[in-house]
Structures are given as C-alpha cells and as structure tokens.
Design a binder for this molecule. Structure first.
Ligand code: NDP
Length: 258
C-alpha cells in the first residue's frame, strides 16, 4: 500500500516514522513517503498521485485548505462534513476515481485526552488547530469558551459552536487547551500574561510538542496535569491509519516511533 504526506516543509515530519512503525507492528505492507508539494498545486497533485496508485495521503501546511477546495471542485470526491466545518482536510482515502477527504485532527484531539471529558473547556487561539479542537469538542457535547488575542478572530469561530470570551481569559476551566502557536516563538511572554488561578484537578494541554514548553511548565508548577501535542499527533495518525488499512492502529508502536 502506497501512502504519503504532502505539504511543504515535510522533511521534519515524524509521520513517516510513525506509519512505518504502525505497518511493521500490524504486518500491513506499506510505504509512507514525505513528498514536498508547494502551494497552488493541490488539484494537479491529487490527480497525479491517484494515477500513481497511492491509497492514502496526509496533508499538511500549506495545502490543508487548498485540498478541501480541490475536493469540492471534483464531482467524484467526497468530503466528510466535519472537515467541511473545520475548513481543512488532513487525510485522504482513495475512493474510485477520486478521494474521500477527512479531518482526523478533531477526533484525534478528543481521543488524546485522559479520562472523561469535562462539561466546559477553555480553548486559546483561533487558527486551524483551534478550529479542529473546537469541532471535536463541540461534537463530543462539550461547551467551549474560546479566547484569542484578536476578539474578531475568536468571534469567527462562534458558528462552530464556541463562545468567544475576553483576552486574556481566566484559566478556571477543568480543561484548558493552548491551540495558539505562541509556544513555538514566545512561550515565556505568552505564559506570563495570565493570572494563574487554576481549578483543582485542572488538565492543561499545549498542542505544540516538547518537554520544555513554558505554558505547560507553569501549569504543572500550579498543580495541573499536563499534556503536549504528541498524543494528538499519534491519535490523528492512528485514525488515518485505520481509515487506510482497516486495521486497528498500534498506538504504543506509533508513540514509540516518535
Ligand atoms: P495558525 O497559524 O493557524 O494559528 C495560530 C494561532 O495562534 C492564531 O490564533 C494566532 O493569533 C495565535 N497566536 C500566535 N502567537 C500568539 C501569541 N503570542 N499570543 C496569542 N495568540 C497567538 O496555527 P495552527 O492553528 O496550525 O497551529 C497552532 C499550534 O498547534 C502550533 O503550535 C502547532 O504546532 C500545533 N498543532 C499541533 C497539532 C498536533 O497534532 N499536535 C496539529 C496542528 C497544529 P493571530 O491570528 O492573532 O496571529
């Protein structure tokens, strides 16, 4: 089975290692390449990779929105309703003469959470990852408060079912999700702007990966349990693997490959 990640950049991606490990652990014979594909070429790329016999694709920056547009323009393609609401596709499954498009970030995020979901969640940020997190949580029946440094950006997610709130928000929900990209560039200053009064037993997630994320270090210092973006990455990959192969994804092997 031929699989690939398309986007640019892709050389840093851990998805090839994760899916190779999944293939090995399950005995599914597969190849998973990282193909550098630039913006504005989605339509042509999807046609070419279909002709070349690829069974499934992952899609990353800068193509997630463009691929959705290409699928909408193709009468033989099918787009999952959740991917439509999120406005981005990250997984393609070969189907007849075209593709079926999904977004596994939303259910992947929800599956990555420990224990039962709380009734209310606070999400920080209003970019692509925040949209997926909001759709995943709203579909799971959770009330979502959403804060972004630009209020109009938070308001733009209201149609997805999130309630926009002030910035910086009080960090008083049982589950707090940092879906901004701040941890990648100015995590210390970002973290310092909040009044850190967490509720007892709070769980704090940052969608970035790493052991040294300032936001999570502070949350842990305040007594919260914490989680970085690795679990979401594995679970979105696991859902893609299951859609492509029909086999249960070997989560432990996929985690280990990261
Ligand atoms: P986007 O660029 O689409 O959105 C980034 C968001 O962060 C915007 O709302 C932006 O606000 C906000 N932001 C950036 N810097 C700051 C700051 N200093 N203070 C407040 N808000 C800020 O990025 P993505 O949504 O694609 O990615 C967000 C994060 O999620 C990244 O860390 C990414 O690595 C991670 N991610 C993890 C995944 C996983 O599987 N674990 C999957 C996808 C993403 P503004 O619009 O005002 O600039």
């Amino acid at each position: 089975m031929k699989l690939a990640l398309i986007g640019d950049p892709v050389s840093h991606s851990r998805s090839p290692a994760m899916h190779a490990a999944a293939g090995e652990a399950t005995g599914v014979s597969l190849t998973y390449e990282a193909l550098r594909v630039s913006a504005h070429t989605a339509e042509e790329t999807l046609r070419r990779l279909h002709d070349e016999g690829y069974a499934g694709l992952n899609v990353t920056v800068p193509l997630k929105i463009e691929v959705l547009d290409a699928l909408r323009a193709d009468p033989d393609a099918v787009v999952d309703p959740a991917a439509e609401r999120i406005g981005a596709v990250n997984t393609l499954v070969r189907a007849g003469s075209s593709w079926r498009g999904f977004n596994t970030d939303a259910p992947g995020f929800v599956r990555s959470l420990p224990g039962e979901l709380p009734e209310r969640v606070l999400v920080l940020g209003a970019g692509g990852a925040a949209r997926a997190v909001v759709v995943g949580l709203v579909d799971a029946g959770v009330r979502v408060r959403l804060a972004a440094r630009r209020f109009e950006a938070a308001e733009a997610l209201a149609p997805l079912g999130a309630e926009p709130c002030e910035w910086p928000p009080a960090l008083d929900e049982a589950l707090i999700v940092n879906a901004t990209s701040a941890s990648l560039h100015d995590g210390e200053a970002f973290t310092a702007q909040f009044a850190w009064r967490l509720s007892r037993g709070a769980h704090v997630v940052d969608l970035a990966y790493g052991d040294e994320l300032a936001f999570l270090q502070r949350a842990a210092h305040e007594g919260a349990s914490v989680q970085d973006g690795k679990a979401m990455l594995v679970h979105q990959g696991a859902l893609a693997f299951e859609a492509w192969t029909g086999s249960d994804a070997p989560l432990e092997a996929m985690f280990a490959a990261l």
